[in-house]
Design a binder for this molecule. Sequence first.
Ligand code: ASP
Length: 731
Amino acid sequence: MVRFLTDVLSRDALRCINSIEGPTLGRSAALPRHRPFLQQSRRTLHHDHDIPTPAEPKLDGGASPQTSDPRWESFKKSFEFPKATALGNFRPGLDVTIHGFLGKRRDKGSALTFCHVQLGTQNVQVVSSWQEEGSLQHNAHQELKAIPAYSPVCVAGTLQETGKSDNVNAGKTWDLKLRSVQCLNPFPKDIIVSKDAVWPPKSRHLQLRFDPLLQDRLRLRALVAARLSKALRSQKFTQIETPVLFKSTPEGAREFLVPTRRQGYAYALPQSPQQYKQVLMAAGIPRYFQFAKCFRDEDHRADRQPEFTQLDLEMAFASGQHVMKVVERLMNSVFEMLHEDFVPTDFNGTIHPVRKGTSDEPKHRMDVAGNTTDKDTPDAVPGFQKAKPPYSRWSYDYAMSVTGSDKPDLRIQPPHASNIYRVEHLLSKDFVSMITRLEDPIVEACKFRLEGSPHDNGAFIRDFFDNLRNTPQKLGADSTPGVFIFDSSKPLQGLSALGHEGAEGLASIDEQYWQQCEDGDIIMIHARKNEPFRGGSTELGKIRKMIYDTAVEKGCLPKDHSFKFLWVHDFPLFSPTEDDPGQGGAAGFSSTHHPFTAPLTPEDLDLLKTDPLRARADHYDLVLNGVELGGGSRRIHVAEVQEYIMRDILKMTDQGVGQFAHLIEALRAGCPPHAGFAFGFDRLMAVICDVPSVKDVIAFPKSNKGEDLLVGSPTKTTPEQQKTYHLFQKS
Ligand code: ASP
């Protein structure tokens, strides 16, 4: 491993040496002169595909630098640069040194120039002026002007305080009267920085460098992680790391395998530390947590990554109720921090948490042109509220029946949207047969009240369905949605297709979650199979959430800035096997959560013997604004029951059950009752930061195809690797 690294480094060093312009750098006079690497490959970094890999320079003799090349010399000088003065020690009149990236210079004539230097959240304005040619100030001024914008610099000078924010805790802003400046690595000319530059994923380093909000999210991520760790430690949880090289077990998700040099053998990366954390309970650790990397080879979606982070926890001698309380306390602690230290601030529709009272505030920030971002001044929105427990609790069946989703967004509520209502008793068979071919279906309706006239709302909904046709979000074949706009100027108020009775019936419902119809109301009617709920949503549930999100995005509904937590519980213990591999048993169904989840009650345990699909699980999901933040369950802590469920209910093979032998052995050794939970930490951060994708809160995310476009992974295996790891070879 070390050898490999050294090889790479020396190749890069060679490239670097050969990229330096000027007289021969090689040890041997016979060394061919290479065109400098930076010139060889003029880069257009805004496109993903056209960054050529530099040709490997050939060294046909030893090389050692002989003459002074400017790049060589500046590299040499950059070995030594003075330490920066801590921001906390800044005082007016003090001589300090700062490190950072140089912004764009603003020259005011030949003897005065301004320029920001930024690093992380520190942003200082350098002021350079001179009176006498040849003076120290004049030399520093000339040096400053010779340094390309965006270069890393070390600047020394005298501090002058310029202002204070209104907030008493606010950070000061500083001017630095320039004394000297040292460029530590000039920013190349071929990377074109402009305000509207959109960097491709391959240039993630530039996305990060030039997107202060993205950087901010990473900082906030670290703060939230620290807050959660502290809260857990204060509740006597112990942080324990578990292995990443695990073994293949049919826990539920598709795994990634790691081949070994031992022919035919592989590790699997953990889809979660579930089994290890249960073994820890058997091992006598009362409370465990860790931030764990988890790996699942699933279809890629906006809120999914093949590699993601969980905040994972487990408690011995505990039930689901205990765990839910702990989780609520954790959320309370995070939202208390947000409430106290952050201001939600609107940046072009994204509500970003800005740290109070620091120069972190975006209005102090420099844009890529080196100006403070006084344009696009962010609007303040209502402050973060505390997430006071206890949170509402809905059973899976209730959530599915009133919202058509197992992760209801509680912001979708009257007067803007109704719950879902069963309406088959109000409608004629003729109408029902127009929207579905299903026999004896369940027919449901929901309603939206947007801020528009019947005409506007008609246009909105037509647009919505037109766009839906062009997205991958396809609707199922069970029913065509019946869509109506309530309009008192029309016969039967626009509902004539429902017939007289249907129209009257629908128009006169007036309940808490379905207020009496008004002009412009959009009514959606949809049919589904008459069978128990399964999976994450009904068709109507999906449409309801999509209409709400689209209406908010288009400004037809006000954006609700609140954070609405909800527990969804009492899930079915098993679900019919669909796309996921499940546990690979022959039962035709698999565990809804995972095979270690306990039945909810003794009655549910008994149902295993008669009607396992009706058994409910002690499984709970935490939902925030329609996003599943995490899930957990009480576990089966008795080995025989665990084995019975795997063997007799899920009908796993001996080999399948055998893969869990370590866990069954651990349970058998007097394992106490235990329960746990895992947060999808990336999702939590995405919701807090109001961004649509977890990619926006991960430093180096994978693309929708599971690739890391920055480093170019996965890579093709070489014949040598295939040989070493016995890949693609007949045994
Ligand atoms: N391991 C579970 C998951 O990844 C969480 C849990 O049950 O604690 O969803």
